[in-house]
Write a protein that binds this ligand. Sequence first.
Ligand SMILES: Nc1nc2c(c(=O)[nH]1)N[C@H]1C(S)=C(S)[C@@H](COP(=O)(O)OP(=O)(O)OC[C@H]3O[C@@H](n4cnc5c(=O)[nH]c(N)nc54)[C@H](O)[C@@H]3O)O[C@H]1N2
Ligand SMILES: Nc1nc2c(c(=O)[nH]1)N[C@H]1C(S)=C(S)[C@@H](COP(=O)(O)OP(=O)(O)OC[C@H]3O[C@@H](n4cnc5c(=O)[nH]c(N)nc54)[C@H](O)[C@@H]3O)O[C@H]1N2
Ligand SMILES: [Mo]
Length: 893
Amino acid sequence: MLHITVDGQPRECEPGTLLHALETLGISVPALCHDSRMTPVGACRACIVEVDGCGRPVAACTQPVTDGMVVHTRSPMVEAQRKVLLRLLASEYPAEAVARQPDKPFHRALREYGLEDELRGAHPPELRDDSHPYIHVDMSQCIHCYRCVRICDEVQGQFVWRVWNRGADTRILPDGPSLAKSSCVSCGACVDSCPSGALEDRTLRDRGWPEAWTRTTCPYCGVGCEMDVGTRGGRIVTVRPSREGPSNRGHLCSKGRYAFGFGEAPDRVTVPMLREDGGWRRASWDEALDFVATRLRRLREAHGPDALAMLGSARATNEENYLAQKLARVVLGTNNVDCCARVCHAPSAAALKAMLGTGAATNSFEDVEHARTLLVAGSNTTECHPVVGARIKQAALRGAKLIVIDSRRTELARYADVHLQPRAGTDVPLLNALAHVVVTEGLTDEAYLRERVDAVEDFRAFIRDWTPERAARLCGVDAEAIRRAARLYATHGPSMMVHGLGMTEHVQGTESVMTLVNLALLTGNLGKPGTGVNPMRGQNNVQGSAHMGCEPGHLTGYAPLEANRARFEAAWGEPLPSSAGMDLMAMMDAAHEGRLKALWAFGYDVLLTNPTARTTREALERLDLVVVQDLFLTETARACGHVFLPASTSFEKDGTFMNGERRVQRVRRALAPVGESLPDWEILCRAARALGHPEGFSFQSPEEVWDEVRRVWPAGAGLSYARLEAGGLQWPCPDETHPGTRVLHTHGFAGGPRAALRRIDYTPSPEARTEERPFVLVTGRRLYQFNAGTMTMRTPHAALQPEDWLDMAPADAERLGLEDGVRVRVRSRHGEAVLRVRRAEGVRPGELFTTFHTPEVFINAVIGPQQDGYTRTPEYKVTAVQVERAESRQGGT
Ligand SMILES: Nc1nc2c(c(=O)[nH]1)N[C@H]1C(S)=C(S)[C@@H](COP(=O)(O)OP(=O)(O)OC[C@H]3O[C@@H](n4cnc5c(=O)[nH]c(N)nc54)[C@H](O)[C@@H]3O)O[C@H]1N2
Ligand SMILES: Nc1nc2c(c(=O)[nH]1)N[C@H]1C(S)=C(S)[C@@H](COP(=O)(O)OP(=O)(O)OC[C@H]3O[C@@H](n4cnc5c(=O)[nH]c(N)nc54)[C@H](O)[C@@H]3O)O[C@H]1N2
Ligand SMILES: [Mo]
């Protein structure tokens, strides 16, 4: 603690900048160019203060505070200088802006210094740019603080805003003819930082300033950004990043920041509905739930409990997923419960569990800043987890080494020291070759291997044959590049791995992740800050959905079913079903064969997102009962639903999500449920009652559900709502004094003191290219749309990315004579789809890339039935296809 005197008062503060000290003491001085998310520059001089002993006023934002400092924030001299400065800015500032947005920091300063009558600025329309769907630009209100320029550079790393000219002619413009046609990624950071009216959210201009703010967690991806939701008159008017959020630290991506309007979509379903005569008719809640209960009971009596199945929702809360699996197990009487971790990172969980004892990310996003080398494998982090992607980009810009293993040249690949671009589906040979280099060049961490790793000699013998040259032939990469990557990872530690679906959605998905774990073990890059193996989990709560027990073989806490049966039977006071239960893929097979009769799809558009769409559709059509519990009529509901139960969005309910770094964070209600929709936890409790089983489902609030979760999940027992109020916590957190766990496996592993290396041989995908099908189709996602597109497509994001298109290497497009924008038919052995083609430099010749965001294209019609050998995760990343023009050269089809 430092002792200082401020305006005659003795005060105590932490070391840091003087402005920060004043802010924490609650003493305000105007600051125009300052934002704590960026390096202080001391340029605007609005925050000048007098410090005894300094001959001249100093900028508080760059001045370090020292013990004994005597500071005057309001001396006549600084007040006069500030007023001169503000007056100069006021003389060129338009008056109406201030009236419209009184809360902007610059506008507040003008008011405070009584300068509102001196606003003389013109409002020339040529300084406006309304091209962007979310951001209103009016540079007549620019006060040249350069916060937009700096936050875009220093936080997002996008470098969109540029300074042109000098002095009075200075203009700040995007790097394109308009903001919409620039390289902007719509994260809104510039708007969030802008202290004047130059950059503003269009929603705020249209809907007015918020009347209330609610802190909650983003409903999109597994990064788990904390955000403040501004509401007015029952609508969201803006969303701002929370500076306290541990994974986002004052930043958001375009989806969290702007794609909040889906809840207001005109086609949101807000009343229960029943299918009748091929159409839908409105029903009351009692009628709909009664229908569900009667049908389920009848089907169970006729076919047994294992003819029923439940899919949990990676989009809903932990509490709701807990209830879903409990309902399946103790009310329906089946372990047929799964969630979309199955089609996503189940291989990561399985590999990590098998090798290290805990099936979750070993480290935290914070470790990105502690790593000296980052290895990003099969993760398009800047598009799919943009806030972490931006942190990785910033780390690389600051000098951290970056290795990217991706079959495409992603944005991060452009920042990489080494980019290995393997043929899709060849990561096992590639990672084996990296391990070979580490072993044969003596780059292993021998002390770590001695103390903590088994099967070392066996592995050394196995890996000898995996030379870089051998891998190079299989993967289509340069052997020398493999050596460089291995040396960098092994010698320039701490080294941290981040991986995505490029590793998991393959026939060798689990084994690909195991090869990552091998490499981390060999080099001792585990159990320390800045290291680890870290799956970038997909949806906001996919980690939580599986962890709460929405997996046939796991109970709450990822507890293996058989080993924990007795404990849960005691806790729930009910017997658990005796049969093993089916995963999603087995459910689809069983439905197809007529063994499964009913499916409850809770927050999951299984028809659009499962592979082999034709067989999925046939399977679903054969079911006697499909219950869809969602916000919208999904493809599943449209094609095969019998009952629709309208759920509330996560802006309309309380609960918790679990992010990809094991952090449990609060979700808080910012709006009332729309129409007759109900939060999922209420729907599930009511359904249990309708099924004649109220015992164990009489919860009055999500907190009561959570307290039950904490009782059955020892590693989560310390995560009370009271504690989460102050911010999220990472499990393991066994009691209420435990601070939570940032890094796993610091001493020993969850499974014991030692981990073992694994021999992993290469099994090529059966989906090999042939003469007839000369391309490999890789599917994934892009920045502006999210998965099934149900939410993002119902916001102005639809304009930012209206369709799924096919990326093709320019040489291939040239050879096939396909111009950009032409529609092509992509045909596999399993089905076909039609979409537009675009040349993309980042795609390997012979490979293609597209997304699964729209039912118009329905790319999953093309994807085949191959699966990962351990978890049955579909091989979405490799399909052999042919491509042909779908329309004549004259146009038309
Ligand atoms: N904008 C946006 N963000 C999202 C989502 C979204 O739909 N849109 N979805 C969320 C969900 S559910 C998930 S699971 C995550 C997924 O996040 P990611 O895993 O990052 O997403 P993908 O695009 O599926 O695939 C990642 C990368 O794998 C590469 N790849 C494909 N095949 C191979 C291969 O064989 N080897 C290697 N090394 N690389 C390969 C692809 O080129 C791609 O760049 O994103 C989440 N975030
Ligand atoms: N070709 C191809 N297909 C893929 C993939 C791929 O890479 N390629 N990736 C796969 C992956 S990783 C995933 S995770 C899946 C994703 O597949 P899904 O899980 O089906 O996709 P999502 O869009 O995340 O949304 C699920 C549903 O949840 C609803 N929802 C949102 N919030 C709530 C809520 O609070 N309550 C309720 N009840 N419903 C809510 C949404 O409206 C949406 O219909 O797709 C898979 N499919
Ligand atoms: Mo996912």
